[in-house]
Design a protein around this ligand. Sequence first.
Ligand code: NDP
Length: 503
Amino acid sequence: MSQHHGADGDDEYGLFVDGAFRSGTSGDRIDVTFPYDGSVWATVPRGTAADVDQAVAAARDAFEGEWGTFGGSERRRVLDQIADVIEAHTDELAELETRQNGKLIREMRGQMESLGEWYRYYGGLAEDLGGRSIPVENKAETGGMTVHTREEPLGVVGAITPWNSPLMLTTWKLAPALAAGNTFVHKPSEETPVSALRFAELVAERTDLPDGVYNVVPGYGPEAGEALVDHDDVDKLAFTGSSTVGREIAKVAGEQLIPVTLELGGKSPNIVFESANLENAVNGVIKGIFAATGQTCVAGSRVFVHETIHDEFVDAFTDRASEISLGNPLDPDTQMGPIAFPEQWETVASYVDRGAEEGATVAFGGDRPNDLPGECFIEPTILVDVDNDMTVAQEEIFGPVASVIPFADEAEVIDLANDTDYGLAAGVWTEDMRQANRLVERIEAGMVWVNEYRAVSHKVPFGGYKDSGLGRENGREALEEYLQTKSVWYDQSGEVSDPFSLG
Ligand code: NDP
């Protein structure tokens, strides 16, 4: 593995504030572990409220300083440079991601290879950022009144990200935030802080992004995270993680009266109709729940299957699941890696037990394989005899556990699919496109894939209905989340106005 340069030596990272590594004020450190074998391979400072204070002050200075003078074209140039940096370091960044969270190197490499597109896309939007000219009636006879709008940045963004796709979920916030002209303080997950720190270092070394625009304070959620959320000089919050923490963050944003983007959990339905191409549907369901070891917010964890093909589908699904190769996530041939850390393994295993207690049958998996190291492997797990009211069908498990639920007709499956607090994503497998369109209209979810699952693009809005979130990431919509509108009225008529008439 290539060497890195923290404030305190190789693989001992500092926090990254104002363009350089610094030691944390507490002196305490957090271990970063490779979940495949449990080995500790890096440490980071345990960030405190004082560290967050310094980072926010640096971000404020940068916002009011050089970065604030950059026009859209200059921001585009810097965003292109960031894309170049990522593209020149895909292997290194992908390896850091895998060593932190155990996700497959092949998936992390794929993510790193595409990440530059986000910076290029939002760079293009930055260059094109303008307001509107609005015709108004006032003084129309003299043509004296003109109105236009300006799209302005919000200021300092406080961003909190989870462990499952660390740099990708950071990029979904950072790229539009920078394009809009904001500065950024980032608290990555305690499990996966290294890739953000190394990325910040690379960006500082190799691009013209001014110091203080991107700051990274690693630490614990209830400590550094809360300090960032509560900070009264932060102008916007952006969060990906659990709905429980998201709700708390929304409350603080409400108190502070600042906007917040929340990308939260899901319990997404993946619906297989009798007309579906079965092989394609099985592969799509596997992709939805076993890719990324189920640790994805869009996991298709509720698999609804038409009752006429239920048994045939379950046979094909269990056969296919039995072929999945578990192993070292750094091996490009591995198809499923470990769970990211032991506590999350316990959570996943306890849900499997709970399912069995409530009447589900484990049709495949459910155990720790005994031929693999560490404490974090669990077999791909298929539960049948599941009722949509059971805990395993209502709560987000965030692991490779599929609940298969039969349905009789379209109306029933729409009701079942929507019978959840969440509304992030859905999959529909059918060769009948009229049927697909009916489902698309009636499913309460921010994203619906038809004969596909888990596709994302920098151009396509991503976000949830109901308890799955607020606002959108990706696409033009995300840029709006980091802007505020100023309306400017110019009276060029030269007329003396009447103080008691409006307009
Ligand atoms: P959390 O929501 O607890 O954590 C996400 C981020 O928020 C982390 O950086 C965490 O820091 C931080 N955080 C935690 N508590 C606070 C707080 N009080 N104030 C500010 N920031 C805070 O998710 P977990 O990582 O603990 O995972 C728990 C569950 O959340 C999973 O099992 C899954 O169901 C769901 N989840 C959903 C994700 C999604 O993509 N929608 C992603 C990850 C998890 P730290 O890690 O240091 O505690």
